[in-house]
Write a protein that binds this ligand. Structure first.
Ligand SMILES: Cc1cc2nc3c(=O)[nH]c(=O)nc-3n(C[C@H](O)[C@H](O)[C@H](O)COP(=O)(O)OP(=O)(O)OC[C@H]3O[C@@H](n4cnc5c(N)ncnc54)[C@H](O)[C@@H]3O)c2cc1C
Length: 386
């Protein structure tokens, strides 16, 4: 029987553990935190905020895999009346529809954007500067970068397409991502996976193949390999509970600069106490900007879309996520150029900043499948790489 060690019990680590156990391996997972889930944790308490992911994109490979195993659980669909309350800030005012020039970029006939040119240059050629800028900023909902126009055109186009598809791909597990993580952990338990929490690993084991399913920063330290770096976004996070008021927006996308706010209780009432609404926002900030700059922009959006919100606040929390929102690819690079999964000597990387395709957590998922497949010396796993 194969034995495998997985370091990190987030979405990548649990995917790796389940895949290996299903293939018959004896698996041990070590997780530094006292609970599993990593960034896919949902806070306990009255305000069920997601630390990281909210949207489970139904077009991704993880969707089919989780569904097949009945690991998604009940979903919280957006009521149509709420969906109609999506607003876009453009030229300082709120609109219901995107500028026409931005829509031109979403037509089915638009050709594949190149890898080696920045999105702004490519998109401006297609539709002019105004539409290109609006589209770049809209794509921030799925890439968390202050200047998506400066990234590889192919990278941004893929995220723009996925985030604007109709019907929408974004699905919301009821109760937050913790419900998916709990189901994955239960299945792992049933398959005999040994899971140790509060177990930070400082030295790589040498007696089994190892899947290092930590953040890339933690993997760099663990492997002592300074080459393990890749670009990522830096984002102010604003979580807010407000007393309910009819007519609040469902979500606001900032087309004037990157940013997104969403009232998640619109689709899932279980996330906040009765009579309150939970809003989570992410405002990407440039390297020279501070958390306060991001908060100021979030408050501008709140002023526009949530009338009287300041007097309705019941709870508030702010943070900055630095390099925690997945990889971004600069012009001339694609996922293939990121740190390779196979590090040699039976060590494999999984996570959202390594060489695997997909959007956000799909990279963690795809790399986990690749890592396990390599660790077991098989090519029979269901690897749906783009
Ligand atoms: C604000 C935000 C919003 C996001 N929104 C979305 C979204 O809507 N949709 C989406 O698909 N994705 C989203 N993402 C991305 C998603 O959260 C991540 O891609 C995914 O959760 C990463 O999972 P992972 O297992 O690769 O890494 P992690 O979740 O970081 O897990 C790594 C684990 O390793 C553990 N660890 C680290 N070092 C050690 C060690 N030495 N020993 C033992 N354990 C260790 C950590 O404690 C952690 O539990 C978002 C992320 C953020 C931050």
């Amino acid at each position: 029987m194969h034995r495998i060690t997985v370091i990190g019990g987030g979405f990548a680590g649990l995917t790796a553990a389940l895949t290996a156990a299903e293939a018959g391996a004896k698996v041990t997972v070590y997780e530094a935190h006292h609970t599993l889930g990593g960034r896919a944790r949902t806070a306990e308490g009255p305000y069920r905020t997601n630390e990281g992911p909210h949207a489970l994109y139904s077009g991704g490979p993880h969707w089919a895999w989780l569904r097949q195993r009945d690991l998604i659980g009940p979903l919280a669909p957006i009521p149509p009346l709420e969906a109609a309350r999506l607003r876009l800030r453009h030229k300082g005012v709120l609109r219901r529809t995107p500028p026409f020039a931005m829509l031109k970029l979403l037509r089915p006939g638009v050709r594949q954007a190149p890898v080696d040119v920045d999105f702004m240059t490519w998109a401006t050629e297609q539709t002019g500067e105004e539409g290109a800028r609006a589209a770049a900023h809209y794509s921030a909902v799925a890439l968390f970068h202050h200047d998506p126009g400066s990234l590889s055109a192919a990278f941004v186009q893929e995220r723009l397409r996925r985030a604007t598809k109709l019907p929408p791909e974004a699905q919301y597990p009821r109760g937050g991502w913790a419900s998916v993580i709990d189901r994955m952990a239960s299945r792992a338990w049933n398959l005999g996976v040994r899971m140790e929490t509060l177990a930070r690993i400082d030295t790589l084991p040498t007696d089994t193949p190892v899947v290092v399913a930590t953040s890339l920063d933690a993997a760099r330290r663990l492997l002592g390999d300074d080459s393990l770096t890749w670009a990522g976004g830096r984002t102010t996070l604003v979580d807010l509970a407000v007393r309910t008021r009819r007519g609040d927006a469902f979500a606001v996308s900032d087309l004037d600069s990157s940013g997104w706010l969403e009232r998640f209780t619109a689709q899932d009432r279980s996330l906040a106490p009765a009579g309150e609404q939970l809003i989570q926002g992410q405002i990407p900030i440039a390297p020279h900007e501070t958390k306060a700059d991001g908060i100021a922009r979030a408050e501008q959006l709140l002023d526009l879309a949530f009338e009287g919100w300041r007097g309705r606040v019941t709870w508030r929390r702010e943070a900055v996520a630095n390099g925690r929102t997945g990889a971004v690819d600069l012009p001339g690079t694609s996922w293939r150029d990121r740190p390779a999964v196979d590090r040699g000597d039976g060590v494999y990387l999984a996570g959202d900043q390594v060489a695997a395709p997909g959007v956000l957590s799909e990279v963690s998922f795809n790399s986990a499948l690749t890592a396990v497949s390599l660790a077991l010396g098989r090519n029979t796993l269901d690897l749906k790489h783009a």
